[in-house]
Design a protein around this ligand. Sequence first.
Ligand code: T1G
Length: 691
Amino acid sequence: MTQDNPVSVSREGAVVVLTMRSGPVNALGSALREALRAAFDEAAADPAVSAIVLTGGGRMFSAGADISEFGKPQSGISLPALLDRIESVQKPVVAAIHGNALGGGLETALACHYRVALPSAKVGLPEVKLGILPGAGGTQRLPRIVGPRKALDVIVGGAPIGAKPAAEMGLIDDLAPEDGLVAHAVAFAERVVAEKRPLTRIRDRDDRIAEGRDDPGLFDAFRKENARKLRGFEAPEACIACIEAACRLPFEQGLAFEREQFGKLVSGTQSAAQRHVFFAERQTAKIPDVPEDTAPRPIHKVGVIGAGTMGGGIAMNFLNAGIPVTIVETRQDALDRGLKTIRTNYENTAKKGRLKPEDVETRMGLLTPTLDLEALRDCDLVIEAVFEDMGIKKEIFSKLDRIAKPGAILASNTSYLDIDAIAAMTGRPGDVIGMHFFSPANVMRLLEVVRGEKTEKDVIATAMQLGRKVGKIAVLVGVCHGFVGNRMLAQRQREANRLMLEGVKPWDVDRVIQDFGLPMGPFAMIDLAGLDIGWSRETNKSETVRDLLCELDRRGQKTGAGFYDYDASRKATPSKVTEEIIAKVSGRQGVAQKPASDGEILERCLYPMVNEGAKILEEGKAIRASDIDIVWINGYGWPVYRGGPMFWADTIGLPKVLERLRAYQAEYGDDFKPSALLERLAAEGKGFRDL
Ligand code: T1G
């Protein structure tokens, strides 16, 4: 293999072994595709070669096509053309799979005659998560060996599957010992030669595909079954249509249909958004002034102060990762309630078959409940998750300063408050950081890591890495009211309230936001969280809709009524009581009634969020625009096919966003005043992606 050839060639007797060696994941970029074409052509033409084994160097077989090449002019042989070449080799070709074989990586293995894998390997076709579909024959080959029903799960679900279940469904032909993949694959190839086994190409098999022909209702049933989950996405329907075509059309025509569908998706906005998110998620770990090799502090034991909804959820994250947790409350009944909630959560998971009963006990066994703050003295990390009151938090941190061991990291789960002010209550501000989990903390993937002015770099590195270890997407943010997510949310909330007082029904605002793709609108979200969270009747101000609703004990879903009325199954219906309260408050405040189109509702709720995101970037409270996108996708359910608020604004065009903000500023004042950054980018014809 010459220095820069991404395919190494070795010989095992008459068997040639081709090993892909290209970057961290053997992405099938143009150089690797060209090298594979040449290597296969040479091996195929060599009469001394009886069979070919294709394997991956490094930690995996291949992660598929090089995603960074999409949207750019293609060079070298295309992946489908390369797979046609591999599939036409008149000698046994055996794929030897370890680590991951995903997307085009698995499609390459499907073009081989046989597939051998390590039991620890994972295979899959995750293209749908990028807003595309397997574009190198995967939608045509996979149904031919696992059947259309299983192919629908694999391709539309996009999740990786282990080698063993893959072998059971016929996708993998043989499992190799963990320490001998290539040797096992070579021996497999030699047997194929010796036994003169037929070189059946998957494209020529139609035994399994008949299931689709014999049950045309299969596809509509699948669509119906998954309608809610797939709502708004374009790629899943294209995947289903391609698998349906595989059951209806000859292979080449099915391939042509797949290529046509792939072309439409890969050039569309949704795929651009989902590919943006793929890379954006990986960017969040990169912190300019914290070197990637910064040694994190060892975290062997975690303390959580507060066993309420947040504290209990936070504790579960660490218990799930096998990290012991000491959880502290001030009263026994609160502690008992917290422990009961944690156990119930685990038992419910076990009932769904997603957790073994013995694991419930193992995790609960790692939990030490106590009323004594002193019990935290041997913790490496303490996370405060008490009531959102600065006074209480300051008192706790001054006590922690005395109790916690030197080098312990002291974190607050505060959603809004000033980490620097909290840190100032200690003699160790460098050890203080924010770790803002999102409710429910054991479910939501987002963790906002809030760096204070004095937070040490190894403390930041520790929080970011620990976040990932417990399955979170950690995003580093700066100290400001509401950090990134909630600071932007406040903009939307203000406008939703203003629209409501102008006579736009709360349920219409919610409908527009939900139709846009968010899981729920502003008012449904308040009902879910509870109208009385952080509420107190400010008698010095004129009463608000929230005041009146809370005083009527309409505090949200938990009281059976809030903005909406709720039935026993918490189904929401618009409420006449709420409408009367809104009219009363609006009348008292003399708010001019004016209708708003759906378009205006969307602009007035979302453009101020984008504008606030621009201010956050100007102030350095987020490292990059794509971090803001990741916050909103993972903390609030922003639809991934729209890429996040900043990506979405770029797709609208910042000049348009700016023009609309100015129009609303003229009518409503400086709540809509465009940020300097937004004005500059718009003037330069640029987007947030150009930062
Ligand atoms: N293309 C380009 N870069 C990729 C890549 C890919 N397919 N996969 C990973 N990377 C980069 C990633 O950005 C990161 O870069 C580094 O590699 C390590 O990745 C025709 C069209 C395989 C499970 O969707 O799911 O095939 O940040 O941090 O955690 O039908 O990477 O270091 O600069 O994620 O060990 C379909 C995508 C492509 C799989 C490994 N394939 N990759 O996870 O490492 S489309 C996928 C992954 C396709 C064909 C279609 C994961 C992984 P940097 P990492 P990891």
